[in-house]
Design a protein around this ligand. Structure first.
Ligand code: 3CP
Length: 675
């Protein structure tokens, strides 16, 4: 399948804007190009909703309370990877990742601590949860109930968008088929019992982070939205009612005009889509969105420059009319946000809201020929992509075959090549470089301590609870899955009697097993962008060995951010190296076994979760001593030396160009192969 191109002549969008007259339309009226509400921020400023979570519920609760007291207006929970994948903290596969990239939630007891002292009837809470959505929603509902807040009083959003997990984010558990049933169970339950709660946040953000352009991000998001509506209709769900509580989530990258146009076009397309489904409710047609500034646009070098990037991206969100916004912290290319960087990110939004007057004008770009034309270009791109997707069998077929993932991967490869060839300039990364100045304060996650605490709490929970009641509730949940009933009430029953998140997911995976999606990695002509000399040296080395070089690339642990790892696989293949790529969620033992079958010339591990020291310590203890180990990912400078002492040959981070990587690998391989 081919992507259409965004019609453009020398930087000026050339599509005659049908929407050009829309600037004369009243704001807050279908098709909502100019914004979902008449007075927009004049009536209510956007919600400042910073995504956060780390270590245990107690630590994250303290962070939330601080943020609210500083003026943040909504909460957004980041869960750790074991919780996303439905493993309790004391599960073998969870050990490295507990509390690292989010908060560890094993049971309703943790959820109660997370919101202790926070009135759930008053503060709206967004939860980024997809794979383990059933037990996490159940924990939230039961924790609120025990706080005295009934489900119908709860406001907030559950992400509950599984399609984008298969396409880009990788925290899915079951097969797409089973998971679509779970999505509709949550949607149906929320619409019946939680009228103030948004039952989905249909997400494009992760597509852009994985490599998609803003227009591809929008096209895939709208294609998924259509697939969900079709699915709900087939399930007999009343679309008129549920569509009001389907919200959206977009990324904000550095293509300023395109980002504003994307948000305007999104509202038009959603309104048009609901017309197609004969939905009459104006409120449902009003697309409401959360936006987050881009993580991949942040550079490791000169990190304070990231404040400028984030501000510009945030402004695109505000000009585009977002309802809720997260601004990234300047140190995120290096580590999880420090307190200092989180504070700057939060206060960036205060400055925008209180000092600039940026929200005083509704849709300030409306009527600009360029912006109306860019909006129209986006709309047409999405319509063409939708036709292409349908011709190829529809979203569900393309998700199952991995083709949509490949589509994004191709754009990621192109971006990597454009940056290498300086067609795309990134200040401090491929031009205007200066010596890296690390941020002064980096957040250190006490993962081992959190693991111990969580394990202790789980043991105590299991001592206190009524095991018989737990067993019966889990059996009922499993039976409901077998007979295809709505699983939400059964999960709530199980959580109420203190079944854990992991136990609920285990009951379901015994019925619908864990799933691993197919992976394809495209080739790309990287060598044309590298120094000719280095390409030649690889060829010579291979001829001297009289065999191709062999490499293993793997992601270890539960971290599914695979954009960088896949780019490296394509790069090495183009250099003539035979590369094996292990499916995500590999263990160190998987890697050792793979190497034992036919030893590699080098092994590269990609780790973005912060668990690098844990995994590298394990692999260097178990692997043969003459195997060079390379690491890539989000690695704080202070950990680089530690990794090299443990035995890593080279640590690669976002600041390395592909040419740097090719040269460093070559130098090590020459020594390792004893040529
Ligand atoms: C708002 N309201 C208004 C106006 N503005 N009424 C009149 N005029 C206005 N100008 C009303 C709304 O209709 C609504 O009322 C109420 O005020 C609240 O406003 P809202 O716009 O619904 O705002 P909010 O509650 O903040 O909800 C925003 C959306 C929600 C709808 C976008 O889905 C949301 O908060 N999403 C956040 C998702 C999120 O945080 N995701 C994090 C992803 P009613 O209640 O009566 O309707 S983080 C992922 C990071 C990457 C990763 O995955 O790893």
């Amino acid at each position: 399948m081919k992507a259409p191109s965004l019609a453009k002549i020398e930087g000026v969008y050339s599509v005659a804007p049908e929407t050009a007259d829309s600037w004369r339309d009243a704001h807050g009226k279908a098709p909502f190009v100019r914004g979902p509400y008449e007075k927009m921020y004049q009536q209510k400023p956007w919600t400042i909703r910073q995504y956060a979570g780390f270590e245990g519920a107690l630590e994250t609760n303290a962070f939330f309370k601080r943020a609210l007291s500083q003026g943040q207006t909504g909460l957004s929970v980041a869960f750790d990877l074991p919780t996303h994948l439905g493993f309790d903290s004391d599960h073998d596969l969870a050990a490295a990742d507990v509390g690292r990239t989010g908060v560890a939630i094993d049971s309703v007891e943790d959820m109660a601590v997370l919101f202790d002292g926070i009135d759930l009837g008053n503060v709206s809470v967004s939860m980024t949860m997809n794979g383990a959505v059933l037990p996490i929603m159940a924990c939230f509902i039961v924790a609120a109930e025990e706080q005295g807040v009934a489900p119908d009083k709860l406001s907030g959003t559950i992400q509950n968008d599984i399609l984008k997990e298969y396409i880009a984010r990788n925290t899915y558990i079951h097969s797409p088929d089973f998971s679509m049933g779970v999505v509709s169970d949550v949607v149906a339950y929320c619409s019946a019992h939680m009228p103030r709660f948004n039952s989905m946040s249909i997400s494009g953000y992760h597509f852009q982070e994985a490599g998609a352009s803003p227009e591809l991000e929008l096209a895939l998001t709208m294609a998924n939205a259509r697939a969900y509506l079709t699915h709900f209709q087939q399930q007999g769900i009343d679309l008129e009612f549920v569509a009001k509580r389907l919200s959206f989530f977009f990324g904000l990258g550095m293509s300023f005009y395109k980002e504003v146009a994307k948000l305007r076009a999104a509202r038009f397309l959603w309104s048009e889509l609901l017309d197609e489904f004969s939905i009459r409710s104006e409120n449902a047609k009003r697309l409401k969105m959360h936006c987050q500034t881009s993580g991949v646009s942040l550079t490791e070098s000169s990190p304070l420059n990231n404040i400028v990037r984030t501000t510009i991206e945030a402004m695109a969100g505000v000009f585009g009319g977002t309802q809720s916004l997260h601004t990234n912290s300047y140190d995120e290319a290096i580590s999880l946000p420090s307190d200092q960087a989180s504070k700057v990110a939060l206060e960036t939004q205060f400055i925008l809201q209180h000092e600039t007057g940026i929200g005083d004008v509704v849709d300030p770009w409306g009527g600009s020929y360029m912006m109306e034309s860019a909006t129209q270009s986006m709309i047409e791109y999405v319509r063409t992509m939708q036709k292409n997707i349908e011709t190829e069998g529809g979203v569900l077929a393309l998700v199952a075959s991995g083709q949509l993932t490949t589509f994004i991967h191709r754009q990621a490869l192109q971006t990597a090549m454009d940056e290498e060839a300086l067609n795309k300039k990134i200040v401090g990364k491929n031009c205007y470089q200066s010596p890296t100045s690390s941020p002064q304060h980096q957040r250190v996650i006490a993962s081992d301590k959190t693991l111990l605490q969580q394990s202790k709490k789980l043991a105590q929970l299991k001592l206190k609870r009524d095991d018989g009641a737990v067993k019966r509730a889990l059996q009922a949940l499993q039976a409901a899955a077998r007979s295809k009933q709505n699983l939400m009430p059964f999960t709530i029953d199980a959580i109420r009697v203190r079944a854990t998140v992991g136990e609920c997911i285990k009951a379901l995976t015994d019925e619908a097993s864990r799933y691993l999606k197919p992976e394809y990695i495209e080739s790309a002509p990287f060598c044309t962008h590298l120094d000719a000399d280095i390409v030649k040296r690889y060829q010579t080395l291979s001829s001297q060995l009289d065999r191709p070089l062999r490499f293993l690339i793997a992601k270890v642990g539960l971290d599914g951010h695979d954009r960088g790892a896949k780019v490296i696989v394509s790069l090495l293949r183009d250099l003539g190296i035979e590369v094996d790529y292990l499916p995500i969620f590999a263990s160190i033992d998987d890697i050792i076994q793979q190497d034992a079958m036919c030893p590699y010339d080098g092994i590269g591990l990609s780790i973005l979760s912060g668990a690098h020291i844990h995994f590298i310590t394990q692999i260097t203890q178990k692997i043969r001593t003459d195997c060079p180990i390379f690491v890539g990912g989000v690695i704080p400078t202070s950990d680089k030396n530690t990794l090299e002492k443990i035995g890593v040959e080279v640590v690669f981070t976002a600041k390395h160009s592909l040419n740097d990587i090719a040269i460093s690998l070559y130098d090590t391989l020459v020594v390792a192969t004893k040529i």
